[in-house]
Write a protein that binds this ligand. Sequence first.
Ligand code: ATP
Length: 325
Amino acid sequence: IGQLFGPLLWFGNSFGQVVSALTNLEQVMELFDKESEVQDVEGAEELKFGVVEGMPSTGDVVFENVSFGYEKVLSSSEGQNCRSGQVRNISFRVPAGKMLALVGPSGAGKSTLVKLLLRLYDPDEGRILVSGRDVKYLKQNSLRHAMGLVAQETTLFNDTLEKNIRFGRPDASEAEVWSAICLASLEEFVRKQTHGLQTRVGDQGLRLSGGERQRVGIARAVLKDPAIMLLDEATSALSTLDERKIQKNLQQLCKGRTTIAVAHRLSTVMMADEILVINNGHVIEHGNHSELVSRKGLYAHMWRLQAGTAADENEDEDFSITPVN
Ligand code: ATP
């Protein structure tokens, strides 16, 4: 979701402020809560979980024939509008509590799908449902509060470790904060600090390594306790040993939550219930890890490359596979 925050630069301009390098979903949400191009419709509903009007509302996510393209004006003499960065006719369902992984080459459209789920944009065609409700008719605030993000980069505020972790849910109890810290394997780090949770971090305090920051991000997400979890290469900044440890914790964290993971490193999404391989804005393959490896498609190719065994493969293999939808 590296580019998830791209639009913020644009938003920054429209707010008359420079908003850059924001990599925290909550910050994004806060910003979008204030003002967004995509407005709540009149009478927009709150997204609620549990039993709503006699129907179970559980956090399943459905994309129904979703197409979208960023609008840009061609510099051609006609100056016509055209669509760029399209995703086309995307359909999938993530049942509540299951994990979907989005993989594929850079620029394929993975983050765009996440942006659409967050309703940073509305689809040109098709619809996106969360708990059976079209996100277009939900209060954006409630939609975004139902989601948590563990990203490659975690933004730290110039404040204490505790405040940084509690950002996910300021009213959490002390026991909940510690439980989140443990799940993020951050306990030892916190205990090592002379001032413990009251240690100041950020530019004006303790500088954390990439891995430590990421673990703060995980603790923050755990504490937020969202129904829907978005993972963006959630363990990319960690050492192999830490990654293994955290990977286990993340599985624990995602258990029972609808999870959508964007990944380049396939090893991090092998356990996903379903993997969509996106290429040029299309779903070109789908299935679980073992199904996909046994096919001679893009996923199998990427897997062999990442396993370092692709040296003997025919480089001219054609991966322009027919879209599945
Ligand atoms: P990566 O793995 O590199 O993060 P991705 O698969 O997530 O890539 P997207 O970020 O969804 O890809 O981008 C899909 C296409 O849309 C790309 O061609 C990208 O340049 C384009 N794109 C992304 N954001 C915008 C934007 N705000 N305006 C115009 N085009 C965009």
